[in-house]
Design a protein around this ligand. Structure first.
Ligand code: SF4
Length: 411
């Protein structure tokens, strides 16, 4: 039984609300599991909760704002509930959260401990948290302040968690963390050791490596994925800026030339691999000329999709000293241009897959009379809803690309 200032938590109903990254979702799920073992059940739809737990994100100023809005909205929906707020926003601005009306308790984490977690999302995937924190201190980023230094779980324990998820019906696991390529700081192991060990977890059909820093995505890892039956040819690599001058301002650890050679290497050994790339637009110091350089660089880069983020001013970061500042209007315009480029590249990648055969893992969500799934190389496929296909790997040849919705239709 948990008690806080005479508030008895046993036999209560809770609602959970998570903002931000996959790591946060994995952590909320672990907290939910723990509380349900203590007798606190999840409140059903429309049911009034006794406890509300909001797991926050603070990656941008907008994220902070969304957290405040969520806290207010949830408090309105559950006016008598005990409101607990946790996550990056509370780590970075505890006083701001504490002073919000309706917040009863904020939970701050011990940033030296690693708490493993494996959670299922509302689709069919599981997220296995293998690492937390970051030692890089890029000039625009507050994550190291919110999540602490790089640390990780033991390979043996993580393989065990993956096997358990598989035995409980999980087919696909996404490896998550803040800087997963930096895995091993606490245990003396390496990320390469980890993927080799996971590859032997027979109850899991498919692993995806989520976002990994380009300098840590070694050729050894790429060769391994190319020969693995379980690791999907799907990469998500943060570039952040397509100009060497801006990369320097950001304190990133590679050049555009290095990044390009990495992507070319992927395409040589895994020609059908899906490559997602993160880019920030409007970083302080990104002059119009640097942005034009970035656009030219990106045009020639063999990626499949861009994830475009607008630079956001974060208190306490070194980037605040950099000039000039890019106006919100200009950021919007740059973002629009890169999103157009991303759409073009995504369509090109999808077209290049016509006629190829893949294993599609269909998800349970029903949209109208349709269901969706992804191939190992992250191509979205739509099919008529069939309960027999949910959470099963189905062999499908891609032959009907819908340019409107960016997905292949299977009939
Ligand atoms: S590597 Fe990622 S998490 Fe670490 S400081 Fe840089 S942007 Fe932030």
């Amino acid at each position: 039984m948990i008690m806080i200032d005479n508030f008895i938590f046993q036999n209560k109903k809770a609602v959970y609300y998570t903002l931000g990254c996959k790591l946060n979702f994995a952590e909320t799920s672990t907290l939910g599991k723990y509380l349900s073992e203590q007798g606190i059940q999840k409140a059903g739809a429309g049911e009034k909760a006794d406890i509300c737990i909001v797991n926050t994100c603070s990656v941008t100023e907008l994220a902070d704002k969304k957290c405040r809005q969520a806290i207010r909205r949830i408090k309105k929906q559950h006016p008598d509930a005990f409101m607990i707020v946790t996550g990056c926003y509370t780590q970075l601005k505890p006083e701001e959260v504490r002073q919000m009306e309706g917040v009863d308790l904020i939970l701050e984490k011990d940033l030296t401990k690693f708490v493993p977690s494996c959670s299922q999302d509302d689709r069919t995937r599981h997220f296995l948290k293998v690492q937390d924190g970051c030692d890089y201190y890029c000039t625009y980023c507050t994550i190291p302040f919110a999540r602490g230094r790089s640390r990780n779980g033991k390979i043996e324990d993580l393989v065990q968690m993956a096997e358990t998820a598989g035995k409980e019906g999980g087919k696909e696991i996404v490896l998550t963390g803040v800087n997963i390529g930096d895995f091993g700081k606490t245990t003396g192991e390496t990320f390469f050791d980890l993927i080799q060990a996971l590859d032997k977890a027979e109850s899991i059909e498919r692993f995806r490596i989520s976002s990994i820093e380009p300098n840590l995505l070694t050729d050894k890892i790429l060769e391994f994925v190319a020969h693995s039956q379980r690791f999907a040819p799907h990469f998500h690599i943060p570039l952040q800026a397509g100009s060497n001058e801006v990369l320097k301002l950001m304190h990133r650890k590679y050049t555009t030339e290095f990044f390009q050679s990495k992507l070319e290497k992927i395409k040589t050994i895994l020609p059908n691999a899906f490559i997602g790339v993160d880019v920030i637009v409007g970083m302080r110091g990104e002059t119009p000329a640097y942005f034009e350089d970035a656009k030219r660089f990106l045009e020639a880069l063999p990626f499949s999709q861009l994830h475009v983020f607008s630079y956001s001013e974060r208190p306490g970061t070194m980037a605040l000293k950099i000039e000039p500042v890019v106006s919100p209007k200009e950021k919007q315009e740059r973002s629009k241009q890169l999103l157009e480029l991303s759409d073009r590249k995504l369509k090109e990648f999808y077209r290049s897959q016509a006629g190829t055969t893949h294993q599609v893992l269909f998800e349970h969500t029903k949209r109208g009379d349709k269901m969706h799934g992804f191939t190992e190389n992250y191509v979205k496929v739509e099919a008529d809803y069939s309960t027999g296909w949910i959470n099963k790997l189905t062999t499908i040849t891609l032959n009907n690309f819908d340019e409107e919705t960016n997905c292949y239709r299977h009939s």
